[in-house]
Design a binder for this molecule. Structure first.
Ligand code: KG4
Ligand code: ZN
Length: 354
């Protein structure tokens, strides 16, 4: 009898320790998906401290592996593979997760899968929904803003990327200026509710220009100037500025994605989906705007549920499973990679979008 594949996935690339068990039979299924945030450890420092992150992963990973298997009700020897995020990310955490996965794989005689964290975001939509290759992907997280064509597992073509801050950083940095705490994206989204997005005029860098690159660093400066020139900021002004920031970021992302969509429809007429992934894709306003954009081009819009957009173990397990299905397993000597672009060629040259 066919039981499909079942894979354990470990995510430790930043400040979440996450472990999940997913299967693909009879359809993609999350058997367990545990996550422990390190927010409390890093809060006193106002950002992620790599050494503290690595130690916290070390302290909690074993317990989460045991917990995930118990919750899944799946015995260790029934797993078909062990996957870990091997990059990009903070090297200490990557080593902790990768070494744990390699140890487990070696002890149990199972294949090890070194997963690219960005590929895991890119494929998460296929865990949550039926979406076929090729698709256009807007990948927006705390460290990356990219537009990519996903032509198949391991086959990515970058159409554009951020020239400075990532979209998530734009949320985090402006939220910090507004005193909204970290992570800024969800805090800013909450603060923006009921705010007037037209009250403050903020820049939309690169809007209307050719190409699919992003730029966000000017936004942070503009927000700082608005705050400095405004005097005391009451709750209404905070809501209005938060809404104005959210709208400016969404406008920029939509403008660039529209260019990519036109290019994608011309070059991949068989493609029928626009997919969003990464933590910023949890944003409600952005999701609504992307859905409308996709509909205007006759494409489906697909985004994983918010908990699968932000970092999680299920996406690592799923990417491992997709790779295992194709026989793309890794040796126990596979390195961790603090930098690991999805499209290596584009990372060293600017994309030719002719
Ligand atoms: O994918 P992710 O969890 O981690 C990275 O790989 O970076 O993304 C985290 C980023 C943070 O910058 C966070 O502020 C942002 O995603 N984010 C959001 C929302 N939820 C998380 N940004 C806007 N709206 C949200 N609801
Ligand atoms: Zn991520």
């Amino acid at each position: 009898m066919h039981n499909g594949l079942t894979v354990l996935g470990i995510e430790t690339s930043c400040d979440e320790t996450a472990v999940a068990v997913v299967g693909d039979w009879p359809q993609p299924t999350i058997h367990a998906n545990l996550i422990r945030s390190q927010l409390v450890e890093h809060a006193p420092y106002g950002g992620v401290v790599p050494e503290i992150a690595a130690r916290a992963h070390l302290d909690h990973l074993d317990g989460l592996v045991v917990g995930a298997l118990a919750e899944a009700g799946i015995a260790f020897d029934r797993l078909d593979g062990i996957a870990a995020a091997a990059g990009p990310g903070l090297i200490g955490g990557l080593i902790v997760g990768s070494m744990a996965a390699k140890g487990l794989a070696w002890a149990a005689g199972k294949p090890f899968l070194a997963v690219n964290h960005l590929e895991a975001h890119a494929l998460a939509a296929r865990l949550a929904h039926e979406v076929a290759f090729p698709y256009l992907l807007l990948l927006v997280s705390g460290g990356h803003s990219q537009l990519l064509v996903c032509a198949g597992v391991g086959q990515y073509r970058q159409l554009g990327t951020s020239r400075d801050d990532a979209a998530g950083e734009a949320f985090d940095k402006t939220a910090k200026l507004l005193g909204l705490g970290y992570p800024g994206g969800p805090a800013l989204e909450r603060a923006a509710q009921g705010g007037d997005p037209s009250r403050f005029v903020l820049p939309r860098p690169l809007r209307g220009r050719e190409g699919c690159d992003f730029s966000f660093s000017g936004l942070k400066t503009a927000v700082r100037q608005v705050i400095a020139g405004h005097g005391p900021f009451g709750p209404d002004a905070v809501a209005d500025l938060a809404a104005s920031v959210e709208l400016a970021i969404c406008d920029t992302l939509i403008d660039r994605t529209a260019n990519a969509l036109r290019w994608f429809c011309r070059h991949y007429p068989e493609g029928n989906s626009l997919v969003a992934a990464g933590g910023v894709a949890a944003n409600g306003r952005l999701r609504a705007r992307l859905a409308a954009l996709a509909a205007s081009a006759g494409l489906a819009f697909v985004a994983p549920p918010p908990a699968l957009c932000t970092d999680n173990g299920a996406m690592i397990a799923w990417a491992g499973l997709e790779r295992l299905r194709l026989g793309l397993v890794d040796g126990l000597d596979a390195p961790v990679r603090p930098r690991w672009p999805l499209d290596e060629a584009a990372a060293t040259a600017s994309a030719d979008l002719s």
